[in-house]
Design a protein around this ligand. Sequence first.
Ligand SMILES: O=C(CO)COP(=O)(O)O
Length: 325
Amino acid sequence: MSDGWIACLDVPGIYSVTDSHEHTCGLSPRCRSSSTHSEHRRSSQSRLCNCCFPDQLFEKRMTTTESGKRRRLVGVSTKMYFDLAKSKSYLDAVLSSVPSLLAELREPTDVFVIPDFVNIIPYAERIAAGKAPLLLGAQDAHHDDGGAYTGEVSPKVLAQAGVKIVEMGHAERRRLFGETDEWVAQKALGAARNAMVPLICVGEVSQGGGAEKAVEECWTQVYRVFENPNFPKDAEVILAYEPVWAIGKSEPASAEHVVAVTKLLRQKAADLGRPGLVRILYGGSAGPGLFQKLEEGVDGLFLGRFAHDPKQFVETITEVGGGRK
Ligand SMILES: O=C(CO)COP(=O)(O)O
């Protein structure tokens, strides 16, 4: 989602992609012979080169607006809630309203949808076919691009399929599948290496310890990503602050707590002095009516159940986007 962060797809089939490593290192067949490539890279300060990509499939996406403001960001993970038919009808509903809505919002806003793995390809095909300005995410990815890892999914393949955002470190994966901070750091590297944005979930386990303690717990979960010398300093990161105790409940965490924690997290990220953009979301029983209360601390929301009704998702996107013009 940085300058030039566009799907590496060869029109018209999403399967005929070239190796995403080629794109990140500037050796795409499209510009391998182009003497302008290095200039493009230099001028855009991007890991990717605009001349590699067919603009007809995805509009050029920017993480910051022309005034340098961070674009707002809102999305949903369907976790493992939907069957095939529901996944299809859900995307139908989202595609029928979100693209036109995005054009009407006051604030430039990015919207992402993260289905289960089985739905990645059909979602990618539908999004590409409709040229919809919708970012596709994956709920997880292995850190290596390929190898003997039965049951795992390669970040390289996800990038080839059209995925832009890789979620990692979600509380459910940490608790149920033993995902560790170290894995998260490696997965973030795998995502960035394949020109996808890591969406790193952090959150304190217990309620009531106050904002500073929560930040300490959250930072432990994520600092390895930033400390890894191989993690590009200019790589974009999305941090999703999701207090574990607020996930799957009827109400989100209090606005006071979320704003205090996310402000401190933003300060810690800024203190690193990296040029890479960090956007911060709140997740955990989020839904319509919440964003305005958190606006001071977050760039948007990460929804679960309260986006299952597409109308509620649209309502939330409208709020995050500052309303219709
Ligand atoms: O875990 C979440 C998003 O990642 C939030 O889920 P719920 O909104 O269903 O609590």
